[in-house]
Write a protein of this length. Structure first.
Lengths: 112, 113
């Protein structure tokens, strides 16, 4: 699986958009980008994933650059409940072990 | 749906004791897995299962056993607890066709003294 790099922490004002970057410059053609988040003391929660097109669901939007070497997770109107650690994961759709490799992520603090 | 449930929420063991962490899901997911998360670290895969009767090792399997007799349940057994096994344990499940979208339980916080 390709290595990912995320900033260790970010702040965002409540009601504003939170833009969380992820660098995955070694991504290969069959690897997807997945985002999870972990709210304090809870299990991780799947947010969104994509291959090369931008994706949107009820939780967030995912913007992947044309060269696929980086992506941005966008929470359009951050709330205090969005305070969490956000993990960017790159992997093929299916592997023998089907493990999710969580790095250290970005700790997002939404400020009132 | 209750989703993924784990019991107990908290547990303290003495070195050498054994115990079983319980995990159950009611979503008819074929795939189930166990992760551990040490303070300030990411999750590491312990064991996983792709269906009843089928289990395999993950990244850090030593000291743990699993079995999968039903689709719903996937217990994790600590054979002889060690302080190095102090951690938060998460169980997760998903459809086999969509293992990227795993549903996690609330976790079990285990302390081994």
């Amino acid at each position: 699986d390709a290595k990912t790099t995320q900033p260790p922490s970010m702040d965002c004002a409540e009601g504003r958009a939170a833009n969380l970057p992820c660098n995955h410059s070694t991504i290969s053609g069959n690897e997807y980008v997945y985002w999870y988040r972990q709210i304090h003391s809870q299990g991780p929660q799947y947010i969104i994933h994509g291959l090369k097109n931008n994706e949107t669901n009820e939780m967030a939007s995912l913007i992947i650059t044309e060269d696929r070497k980086s992506s941005t997770l966008i929470l359009p109107h951050a709330t205090l409940r969005d305070t969490a650690v956000y993990y960017c994961i790159v992997r093929v759709v299916d592997t023998g072990r089907r493990a999710l490799t969580f790095g250290s992520g970005t700790r997002l603090q939404v400020q009132p | 749906n209750a989703g993924v449930t784990q019991t107990p929420k908290f547990q303290v063991l003495k070195t050498g004791q054994s115990m079983t962490l319980q995990c159950a899901q009611d979503m008819n997911h074929e795939y189930m897995s166990w992760y551990r998360q040490d303070p300030g670290m990411g999750l590491r895969l312990i064991h996983y299962s792709v269906g009843a009767g089928i289990t395999d090792q993950g990244e850090v399997p030593n000291g743990y056993n699993v079995s999968r007799s039903t689709t719903e349940d996937f217990p994790l057994r600590l054979l002889s607890a060690a302080p190095s096994q102090t951690s938060v344990y998460f169980c997760a499940s998903s459809y086999l066709r969509a293992t990227y979208e795993q549903y996690f339980g609330p976790g079990t916080r285990l302390t081994v003294t």
